[in-house]
Each structure stands twice: as structure tokens, then as C-alpha cells.
Write a protein that binds this ligand. Structure first.
Ligand SMILES: C[S@@+](CC[C@H](N)C(=O)[O-])C[C@H]1O[C@@H](n2cnc3c(N)ncnc32)[C@H](O)[C@@H]1O
Length: 221
């Protein structure tokens, strides 16, 4: 039997949006059942999840919550490591969404999940760094055409945590990444991954302060 909270979940915004965009959100009980099918991946801090029709984040939020629980279990004793790994967990969550209000809601929901976990204030450097990450990880665009809202090909950052407070970023074309599975049985199979997947841009390692600064400047330093 459904609980009160489950009944209160709003799964449809309007009939028009359902007709125009197939916008029906997935209830949390179903999301959790589906995530349990890949439970160990959802509990790995550095596993990467991309939802190509992410709505307001019904899948991505619980993925982040599970990752943050893993951060707490593994790095909860050190404030420095807890914060850096929490940001890294957020860096491993990606989405594409066609409708601008959903994309904005998705970023806000993920930001609040992250901020609540770290008990962040409104003008905290970690909050601003998270905003910078979400601005590039959650794309307002068309997952089928693989283009962003301005019609440009979608690119995604691949983030890494190098340790000692430094993060790495390399950008890759989304269309390039989706070809990954189609190489088996072709000549490309003989190539190493780094020979086939070449980043469109590589950034110097950056600290959380440098990332936070980029949330105002639009681009990481
Ligand atoms: C069925 S809803 C699912 C939303 C979310 N994944 C969930 O389970 O709650 C589909 C979502 O995909 C979005 N969408 C539809 N076509 C899309 C496209 N070509 N590219 C990206 N998003 C799209 C819709 O705006 C809507 O938010």
C-alpha cells in the first residue's frame, strides 16, 4: 500500500506537457527499485551516471544521496576529505533535459541535496563550486539531437579528484562518448581508450576556490 508521502508525489505538471514532451515523472519507490538493480554502482562515489531525460532529477537525486552516504561512511571523519569527496560525488552525476524549467529545478534539487549534506550556508565556497559543476553537468538541451539550447553539440566534463584538494577536468563531446559501445568488432577495438576518446579541452588542476570563482565568471580558470 502506498504511503502518504508517495501519494503526495506530483508526477504530472500538466496534461499538455505530457502530450507535448512525454513528461511523466517516476515515483520514488520505482526509482529506488530500479537503482537497487545496480546497487553497488549507486554506492560507488566515482561511478558516473548520465540521465538523458532527467526531468527535475527523480533519478539523479537518489543517486547523489546514495553516493553521499558512501562519502559519509568512508570519509566522514575528516572534514577536508568529506567535503572534497562530496563534491566529487556531485561531479559524477550528469543530466540532459529539454525543458528549461525542469533543467533549472534539477540543478536546484541536486544543489540542495549537496548543501544539506554538508550543512552549507548561502555564500559558502562549496555551494558556489557545486553551482559551477551543476552548470556544466546538467545540460539544458536535446538528448536525441545531442545539441544544447543554443544548437551547439553537447560536451560533458569528465571530473577527477586528484587528492590534496585538487580537481581535474577534461571535456568530451557527447556524440563521441556515445560511440563507445559501437567499436566492438570494428578496427577501433584494437585502439586504447585514450587514442579513440580525445578530450576537446583539458584544464589545469583546480582547487575548490578556483572552481567557485568560475561560477561567477562562467568558466573554470
Ligand atoms: C518521462 S519524463 C521522465 C523524467 C525523469 N527521468 C523521471 O523519471 O522522473 C521525460 C523527460 O524527458 C524530457 N525530454 C523529452 N524529450 C527530450 C529530449 N529529446 N532530450 C532531453 N530531454 C527530453 C521531458 O521534458 C521530461 O522531463
Amino acid at each position: 500500500m502506498a504511503t502518504e508521502a508517495q501519494r503526495a508525489e506530483r508526477l504530472v505538471k500538466s496534461k499538455q506537457r505530457v502530450a507535448d514532451h512525454g513528461e511523466v515523472f517516476t515515483p520514488s519507490w520505482l526509482v529506488n527499485d530500479m537503482l537497487d538493480l545496480v546497487k553497488s554502482e549507486t554506492e560507488r562515489i566515482d561511478s558516473r551516471f548520465l540521465e538523458p531525460a532527467c526531468g527535475s532529477g527523480n533519478f539523479l537525486i537518489p543517486v547523489l544521496e546514495r553516493k553521499l552516504a558512501a562519502v559519509n561512511a568512508r570519509h566522514g571523519r575528516s572534514d577536508f576529505e568529506k567535503k572534497h569527496y562530496a563534491l566529487f560525488a556531485l561531479m559524477c552525476v550528469y543530466g540532459i533535459e529539454l525543458l528549461p524549467d525542469n533543467a533549472t529545478e534539477c540543478r536546484t534539487n541536486l544543489l540542495e541535496t549537496f548543501a544539506t549534506f554538508l550543512k552549507l550556508g548561502h555564500d559558502d565556497v562549496w555551494r558556489r563550486a557545486a553551482e559551477a559543476v551543476l552548470a556544466v553537468n546538467i545540460v539544458h538541451g536535446d538528448a536525441l539531437k545531442m545539441t544544447d539550447a543554443s544548437g551547439q553539440p553537447i560536451t560533458f566534463p569528465e571530473w577527477g579528484y586528484l587528492g590534496r584538494g585538487k580537481f581535474q577536468r577534461r571535456d568530451f563531446g557527447y556524440s563521441n562518448l556515445t560511440e563507445r559501445g559501437s567499436f566492438s568488432g570494428t578496427l577501433f577495438e584494437a585502439f586504447e581508450e585514450h587514442e579513440v576518446f580525445v578530450p576537446s579541452r583539458t584544464y589545469p588542476p583546480m582547487t575548490v576556490q578556483e572552481l567557485a570563482r568560475s561560477s561567477h565568471e562562467g568558466e573554470p580558470a
